[in-house]
Design a protein around this ligand. Sequence first.
Ligand code: B12
Length: 268
Amino acid sequence: MTAHAPDSPGSFSEGYPRSELARLLARVTRPGRYTGGEFNVRHKPGARPRIVLSYPDVYEIGISNPGLQILYSVLNDDTPAAAERAYCPWPDMAGLMRAAGERLWTLESMEPVDGCDLWGFTLPHELTYTNVLEMLDLAGVPLRAAERGEEDPIVLGGGPAVADPWPLAPFFDAFFIGEVEHRLAAIVEALEAPGRSARLSALAEVPGVWMPGRTEGPVRRQVFTAFSSTPPVLRPVVPVLEAVHDRAVVEVMRGFHVAALVKEEGAE
Ligand code: B12
């Protein structure tokens, strides 16, 4: 893998895009999938913790996910964290990245994903699980949680397809079960603990977090009860490519009825 450390961790690159990336972009279909620069994109140079949010599918599908838009705006606008994004490269780009030794980068800073503190995946349905492995591999992050070290990001799964996270358990450090808006500040705070092990321990204490081997007993599915009194996402990232949902989305009601591993009654 080519090493190209950022000037300072989490900083926004001045050279945009880096020349190594520009060479790849010129050779793929829809290079706009990988360049960011959309309307309402947030840049928080130098902010910590640095969190990367991913939808494990191609950009046009991922940018249409309202859940990720919520996480992105709450983390960037209401917490000290910088939230950036990375989607799953199309096979033409993935092949070029492997040939060139380029690691998966984020659309905000164009810096490698693997330098982040937390990598959060929205898991929309089971068929995208293999794309998670593809993205970990392209980022140079060890596929199995047990093989990750001090410098590797904590990989956290959330979204509709964590109702039964067991099949993915070897590959994730932790899962969040349910709606996360009101727990994001606690997750960010947990990342301020010194060292990976302390951060994992602090994260395990956040309600709704299931950490294979660390948390005991049933996990309470989290429900964001302030939904009706909280404004919707007012500054969504607006793509410059045509997306599958090529329209503005306003969430007017919400429900969640899937529960397997999760304790249903008295959910918080
Ligand atoms: C918009 C939408 C789409 C869009 C955009 C992509 C997407 N999946 O979002 C499009 C049209 C592309 C789409 C396609 C598909 N979809 Co769809 N989609 C939805 C829909 C209507 C809204 C999702 C959403 O944003 N909800 C609102 C947000 C706020 O809720 P949320 O996503 O659950 O997010 C909250 C939590 O889960 C959590 N969270 C979310 N992400 C993360 C990440 C982290 C790190 C953490 C900590 C927490 C967290 O916090 C969020 C805020 O509270 C849902 C149904 C629904 N109402 O949820 C179906 C749904 C997700 N889709 C579904 C399916 C099956 C599909 C398709 C497979 C359909 C098909 N046969 O092609 C494809 C797959 C696309 C792909 N390759 O990924 C199913 C998934 C069921 C399952 N578990 O398998 C759902 C649940 C609908 C259903 N009931 O059947 N979909």
